[in-house]
Ligand binder design. Structure first.
Ligand SMILES: *[C@@H]1O[C@H](CO)[C@@H](O)[C@H](O)[C@H]1NC(C)=O
Length: 268
């Protein structure tokens, strides 16, 4: 009994310590803890830190797509999905890739606060997107937003703040905890862009199970493990990380991916 009380006390103290370490950012954009980094063929080694209030059009490769990549919980601008997807987009599509970094707001042990902070990340990213549309060569179909895990939910919240509807959002295994029952305004769904495609790789744990977009892909049947993850201790992490890996591969694959259309969740 004493031991149990002690254990509860320790957990409570640890939780308190964690809560204090979790950043509750000030309201309003721009925010020093949310930054935007531009990568393209002009600067692949040294990205440009963008000022969301004042863009310099000469930093961009005019006419090439703008691809915005949003990391998830415990991530940062060099973490998944950036490490997988960014090099392919820059090298194969000559894209202007903008990696958002809101790492300070989604630190380890701070998932609850990270979910709350996702709104501010979204609001500040929307401020940048509204500025992007002021560049004279920009058109809606030049912009594509790719979000992974919690970042997919950040992408879904953009529609609350952008001045014009987004053309295309790709959700890579959108995060489930605290979102599965949330209203559509707080999560990614098909109303958030003209076209929303989703890759589900960990539908029974970290990712969403039910279809959310105009096209939902369940690689390898969306089963309980992805190939190569069977023997992983952190199987769910392994499954979840497959979404950005598959997406990166799909960009320049010469063999493609075989798929078949499922009528519903049961008959596949
Ligand atoms: C940014 O994070 C720091 C902690 O690292 C915090 O003290 C500060 O208030 C945050 N800034 C804003 C504008 O939210």
């Amino acid at each position: 009994m004493k031991l149990l009380l002690l254990a509860i006390l320790v957990v409570a103290v640890l939780d308190l310590a964690n809560t204090q370490a979790c950043i509750k950012p000030e309201a309003g954009c721009p925010n020093e803890n949310i930054t935007f980094w531009l990568y393209n063929l002009k600067n692949i080694k040294q990205p440009v830190l963008l000022n969301p209030l004042h863009l310099n059009p000469s930093d961009f490769l005019t006419g090439y797509p703008i691809e915005i990549i949003i990391h998830g919980y415990t991530g940062h601008r060099d973490f998944a999905p950036n490490n997988w997807i960014r090099p392919v987009l820059v090298l194969k599509k000559s894209a202007n890739v903008i990696s958002i970094d809101y790492g300070p707001l989604v630190r380890e042990g701070c998932y609850f606060q990270a979910v709350r902070n996702s709104r501010l990340a979204s609001e500040c990213l929307a401020q940048l997107i509204n500025k992007l549309f002021e560049m004279d060569w920009m058109r809606p179909d030049k912009l594509h937003v790719i979000g992974y895990s919690l970042g997919a939910q950040v992408a879904g919240q953009l529609s609350n703040y952008v001045e014009q509807k987004l053309d295309h959002i790709t959700g890579l295994d959108p995060a489930k905890p605290l979102f599965v029952n949330a209203p559509n305004a707080l999560k990614l769904d098909k109303s958030d862009a003209e076209f929303v495609d989703i890759i589900h790789t960990d539908p029974f744990e970290r990712g969403m199970l039910l279809p959310l977009g105009h096209a939902d892909f369940y690689p390898n049947g969306g089963g309980s493990y992805q190939p190569g993850c069977q023997n992983e201790i952190m199987r769910s992490t392994c499954n979840h990380d497959r979404a950005p890996q598959f997406y990166a591969e799909s960009i320049d694959s010469t063999v493609g991916f075989w798929g078949l259309k499922c009528e519903n969740m049961i008959n596949r």
